[in-house]
Design a protein. Structure first.
Length: 551
């Protein structure tokens, strides 16, 4: 990224200390962090889970989430000390001069109101514009953010637009009052690579056009390289180091930073499909499926053999998760069939035997929503062991302890805990243990690492590999992360608009020539080069980013 001219100081944080309430006492979780941000400047905050990134980002708004409090230090925004400001003064500031863009746009919008209704709420509340003017401004921002049909898209409800479009609509909403500072909290984590390029380009353009300062929180190092002028590395509430993006990428000073740069070194040994008459564990044959009158899958076919991992990749709406729904019996195909160890499965899970249900399990993307926060860990893991294995009493406890050992969590420490007491990576491990409790032969891993930082994600991939080798499991790995595909897949299935457009061994799939769409996916993976996004936009045409994602 080109150097920006020096501008006036906007945000000055000194010796920030934040405490969290745990075990009936306050414990310091952010230890004396200082940062400064000039107008029009972008600061990247990176670090693994629990580093304090989001907590610090929210504190820049003078805000502490439930169970936390700002216990020391100074937060000065444009000469205004936020730690001593009244709640009324802070309400005026938030939304008008400081805005926040959350990780999950789908969870942040009200599903009962149109996008434009929610967009105009802040400028009307602060009496900055009349409704007609606010709506016209919304359409102009939609245009700047390259949303399709900018004059009409705002009148849709959140569920009527894609994830990438919703993320850009939330960025437009954050810009509605032309704030001086925006906090971007992992805004592209759950997006596929082609959609991510659109959102990154839109965010960068909007920050440049309006000279807006930003704090960009992420665990994706290649992404932060495209967005930030400088980077601060955090670890467990402490600062590790800070420098310009170029210097940080070229010459990180601390061992921890270098370890972040070196993640994703894990590459499992690729296995070849067994020859002869080997029967696949799962065989999807010529599947068509529809939601109502809309056809969403067409002639989808692939096999998954024991001990092998088939990665199913493609952008949002390509049919990856819908295919998984057909395999598990949650959606009945309109044509074709699913075979399990050579036998055709009933199309609905309701008609499958308990053993057929046991054999196929799922690990979900968002462990936070997949685990009941009010149920103890031993109950979460024990239920499938009790239901499918008929275990109870001492035998059930022994099985739960065994499963906790398998996922490398000490039974004595985690048996009686609740999910909110665990980190993101630990919750995902519990999701893996719950799937294993049924003693399956096939597991669907649905974006299981997309919400995790890269160090934790690598640990999850290593765990899944170890379990696969130990139990000869077959995996269907749904992902949009091609780094994950390179690390764990044996074979790759590329889907687009409900069809399989290319499939083969991992080596074949990553070796040119590719199908044009596969080539687009591969070229959309961010690189650790601050100029990568600019180069890609120039190659595809800056005004046609949306078209580039629809090759």
């Amino acid at each position: 990224m080109a150097d920006k001219p020096k501008k006036s100081l906007l945000l000055d944080v000194k010796d920030l200390r934040i405490e969290g309430y745990s075990d009936e006492k306050w414990v310091e979780i952010v230890h004396g962090i200082s940062l400064s941000l000039n107008r029009g400047e972008v600061l990247g905050l990176i670090g693994e889970s629990g580093a304090g990134k989001s907590t610090i980002g929210l504190a820049a708004m003078g805000y502490a989430r439930d169970g936390c409090r700002i216990s020391g230090g100074s937060i000065e925004f444009d000469g205004m000390e936020l730690t001593t400001s009244s709640e009324m003064e802070m309400r005026v500031l938030r939304g008008s001069r400081i805005a926040y863009v959350a990780q999950s746009a789908a969870a942040s919008f009200n599903p009962a109101h149109t996008l434009i209704e929610q967009h105009v709420e802040a400028p009307l509340h602060y009496r900055m514009r009349k409704r007609t003017e606010a709506q016209e401004d919304a359409m102009e921002l939609y245009h700047r953010l390259r949303l399709p049909n900018p004059q009409e898209i705002g009148f849709r409800y959140p569920h009527q637009v894609s994830g990438g479009q919703l993320q850009r609509a939330m960025t437009a909403m954050a810009m509605a009052c032309r704030p001086d500072l925006i906090i971007f909290d992992e805004p592209t984590t759950a997006l596929d690579v082609t959609t991510q390029i659109e959102v990154l380009a839109a965010i960068r353009d909007i920050v440049d056009q309006f000279d807006t300062a930003a704090i960009y929180i992420t665990h994706d190092l290649a992404v932060v390289a495209q967005m930030a002028d400088k980077i601060k590395v955090l670890l467990k509430g402490d600062e590790v180091e800070e420098s310009s993006t170029e210097e940080m990428l070229d010459n990180p000073k601390e061992d921890y930073t270098r370890s972040l740069w070196a993640v994703r070194s894990f590459k499992r040994t690729q296995k070849s499909r067994p020859g002869g008459d080997a029967v696949p564990v799962v065989s999807v044959q010529d599947i068509d499926a529809s939601y109502g009158t809309a056809k969403v899958l067409e002639d989808v076919s692939f096999d998954i053999h024991a001990g092998m991992t088939v990665a199913v990749v493609g952008e949002s709406g390509s049919g990856k998760s819908t295919t998984a729904r057909c395999i598990t019996g949650l959606l009945a195909p309109t044509k074709g069939k699913v075979l399990f160890n050579g036998e055709e499965l009933p199309t609905s899970y309701r008609d499958r035997t308990k053993d057929q249900l046991r054999q196929a399990q799922m690990i979900y993307q968002m462990a936070d929503t997949a685990l009941n926060p009010k149920v103890k860990i031993h109950e979460i893991i024990g239920r499938p062991a009790k239901f499918y294995g008929g275990l109870s009493g001492a035998a059930l406890k022994a099985r739960v302890d065994e499963l906790l050992d398998l996922i490398e969590l000490e039974p004595s420490q985690y048996y009686n805990r609740y999910p909110p007491e665990l980190s993101g990576g630990q919750k995902q491990r519990i999701g893996i243990a719950r799937a294993l409790a049924a003693n399956p032969s096939f597991i669907i891993c649905d974006e299981v690492t997309s919400a995790l930082d890269q160090l934790v994600a690598e640990g999850i991939l290593k765990l899944l590999d170890k379990l696969q080798r130990e139990f000869d499991l077959a995996y269907m790995f749904i992902t949009h992360d091609l780094a994950t595909v390179r690390a764990i897949a044996d074979e790759v299935v590329v889907m687009r608009r409900g069809k399989v457009i290319e499939q083969g061994s991992k080596v074949e799939m990553f070796k040119p020539p590719h199908h044009p769409y596969t080539d687009l996916l591969l070229s959309s993976v961010p690189e650790m080069d601050p100029n990568w996004l600019t180069t890609v936009l120039e190659e595809r045409g800056v005004d046609n980013i949306g078209d580039a994602a629809k090759v």
